[in-house]
Design a protein around this ligand. Structure first.
Ligand code: S3P
Length: 431
């Protein structure tokens, strides 16, 4: 795709539904009894991978005017898949569903695309084994394909070695099948959508003294309507561009502003950005608002520690804004970036480097000295959706046009990105 530089972003937009919440709504709707109607479900490649796996597990669903209707069969309603479950590019699909099928005494085999097959699965395999499931995989059980035969699970008390919402969620989902109370703790809080949605579905789950306690779960949850807000991780790209470009005035309507996900807004504010929340409300247990950004010149910042899980997916967007900020921006304690859809430390530095931006990759993060001119040119997404979006956003702030090769992978999280840019008056086309 080709994008031309713009003089700030002015307008009111919406972004597609939240990816994390969409996966969870589909999964919990499948494990509930009766109908769950999901409005705002993200029809992106990743979420469609979850639906394809649920389909193979025997879940019945249909579409009604853009809403997803799931006809849930209860916790015991799944059946042994006759085919390999293909999670595509989606770590959330594989790790969360691994937790679900661990509750079943049948064989499930998961695979994924070349990127997902390189991502660590021992982080879910280990606690699920402790609960009593048999989990095997390539590389001594560490990588997909993953084979799971479960059933007869015991409750667990588990401290996750790295803060990971996917690991926490896999354990919480498996705990629906364990008699008794299971507990999960993490060193820094990762996104808590599973906890909130389980609570919304009436599952006994509670946060206490740094632990999430679940169970005993004695009844099937009942299906209910779910409305999904816009994805702050998608909005993040446009928020970051608007925040660092004087002249911008951008309103993103109906965005999820769960505090476990709003680290980027906090960091941009410490960099001097003007970002306000308007029409704050709660929808199906999740905080939602319009995010209003007024562009200005930013200063660099250091981001580390407990902030990292709150903006892990937004670091590509942050780095683009940091290129335009005055002074150094340093990201530390973020080695998790190395095991995302790509090694995002390496690929961000390489991709932005192709556009003339100097980003210093570090073992556990990145450093960037600003302000820098983003020259423009041709850069490759390396098949990573968030890198594709970051490079396109760099193009909005560049001197000359930017061509992003292999941009189609943006559909993994943000289908319709190009149309949103067109609505904002940006000159963009598919080259
Ligand atoms: C996700 C959790 C995060 C995030 C990923 C989606 C989720 O990963 O990076 O894009 O939906 O649970 P972790 O499991 O490493 O927290």
């Amino acid at each position: 795709m080709r994008v031309r530089p713009c003089d700030g972003l002015v307008g009111t937009i919406r972004v597609p539904g939240d990816k994390s919440i969409s996966h969870r709504a589909a999964i919990l709707g499948s494990l509930a009894t009766g109908q769950t109607k999901i409005d705002g479900f993200l029809q992106s490649v990743d979420c469609l991978s979850t639906l394809a796996c649920l389909d193979l597990l025997g879940v019945k669903f249909s579409w009604d005017a853009g809403a997803l209707l799931i006809d849930g069969g209860g916790r015991r309603g799944l059946s042994e898949p006759t085919e390999v479950l293909d999670a595509g590019n989606s770590g959330t699909t594989m790790r969360l569903l691994a937790g679900v099928v661990a509750g079943y005494d049948f064989l499930s085999i998961f695979t994924g695309d070349a990127s997902l097959r390189k991502r660590p699965m021992d982080r879910v395999a280990q606690p699920l084994r402790e609960m009593g499931a048999r989990v095997d995989g390539r590389g001594d059980g560490r990588f997909p394909p993953l084979a799971i035969r479960g059933g007869f699970l015991k409750p667990i008390s588990y401290r996750t070695p790295v803060p990971s919402a996917q690991v926490k969620s896999a354990i919480l989902l498996a705990s629906l099948y364990a008699s008794g109370v299971s507990r999960v703790a993490e060193s820094s809080t990762s996104r808590d959508h599973t906890e909130r949605m389980m609570n919304y579905f009436g599952i006994p789950i509670e946060k206490r003294d740094g632990w999430v306690d679940i169970g005993p779960v004695t009844e099937d949850p009942r299906g209910r309507p779910v409305t999904i807000p816009g994805d702050i991780s998608s909005a993040a790209f446009l928020i970051a561009v608007a925040a660092c470009s004087p002249g911008s005035k951008l309103r993103v309507e109906n965005v999820g502003v769960n505090p476990t996900r709003t680290g980027l807004l906090d960091v941009l504010r410490t960099m001097g950005a003007t970002i306000e929340l308007d029409k704050e409300r709660e929808v199906c247990g999740e905080p939602v608002a319009d995010v209003v950004v007024t562009g200005t010149k930013l200063q660099g910042a250091t981001v580390a520690g407990g902030m990292i899980p709150r903006l892990i997916d937004e670091i590509p967007a942050l780095v683009v804004a940091a290129a335009k900020a005055e002074g150094a921006t340093v990201v530390r304690d973020a080695s998790e970036l190395r095991v995302k859809e790509t090694d995002r430390i390496r690929e961000l530095a390489a991709g932005l480097g192709q556009l003339g931006v100097v980003v210093e990759p570090r073992t556990d993060g990145l450093a960037i000295e600003g302000p820098q001119e983003i020259r423009g040119g041709v850069a490759s997404s390396s098949g990573d959706h968030r890198l594709a979006l970051a490079l396109a956003c760099a193009g909005l702030l560049a001197r000359q046009e930017v061509i992003v090769r292999d941009f189609a992978c943006a559909d993994v999280s943000f289908p319709g990105f190009i149309n949103v840019l067109v609505d904002l008056g940006v000159q963009v086309d598919v080259a």
